[in-house]
Design a protein around this ligand. Structure first.
Ligand code: AMP
Length: 216
């Protein structure tokens, strides 16, 4: 089963994907996390991607498509988080899935008012060592600046600062939001209200996945 979580930055795709991957046994494929790891390791992809991430811009489609294609295997059960982000990536995804005899089964769009997305990004903090996500309002670390899980340094992501976050939302509207119309005609499509509590969003997403599984 191939599931795509669509949503603006700050809508909770990462948090929910981690929960659902664990619950249903999906492989969680988060392109943003992959890029951050590549940048930390100073790999060739990381070097190519770093300025785009820093400036809140999308990494060029060709780089992203090639990177994801290298991770998709026959029979894989994937939860895609942050990919595709453009129509061209969606087409690239369809092709790479076709090559392994698969297709997108379900697309869920996490909806959220823009002001709330900005508020969430401004209060989000991330462990620079293990990637665990905290929030100064809803999930602060026990000791300020120290990760509860690995004791790594917890910081604000460079692209979560106000100016870059606003830019990322514009990029979402221009390039990623058109995927809503695209997938409405291409795959099973659902919307979930991401302004609810994380537990409520998880329950709503689980209900959608359960019903998609039952109808397969
Ligand atoms: P995220 O962690 O999903 O918010 O992604 C952080 C940043 O990584 C984005 O602002 C982009 O610079 C880059 N990125 C992640 N996924 C993609 C993608 N599918 N296409 C292009 N750039 C991406």
């Amino acid at each position: 089963m191939i599931v795509i979580l669509l949503g603006m930055p700050g809508s909770g795709k990462g948090t929910q994907s981690k929960r659902l991957a664990e619950k249903y046994g999906f492989q969680h494929l988060a392109t943003g996390d992959i890029f951050r790891a590549e940048i930390a390791q100073k790999t060739a992809i990381g070097v190519k991607a770093q300025d785009y991430l820093k400036n809140g811009k999308l990494v060029p489609d060709s780089i992203v498509i090639e990177m994801v294609a290298g991770k998709i295997e026959t029979g894989g059960k994937y939860l895609l988080d942050g990919f595709p982000r453009t129509i061209e990536q969606a087409q690239g995804l369809a092709e790479m899935l076709k090559r392994v005899g698969s297709a997108v089964d379900l697309v869920v769009f996490l909806t959220l008012p823009k002001e709330e997305a900005i508020r969430r990004m401004a209060s989000r903090r991330t462990c620079s060592n293990c990637g665990e996500v905290f929030n100064t309002i809803s999930r602060p670390t026990a000791v300020e600046g120290v990760c509860d899980k690995c004791s790594g340094k917890v910081v604000q992501r460079e692209d979560d600062t106000e100016a870059t976050a606003a830019k990322r939302l514009m990029v979402f509207e221009d390039l990623t939001h058109p995927l809503v119309a695209y997938y409405k005609s291409e795959a099973a499509f659902h919307e979930v209200d991401a302004a609810q509590t994380p537990a409520q969003v998880e329950a709503a997403l689980s209900a959608v996945i359960d019903s998609a599984k039952a109808s397969r």
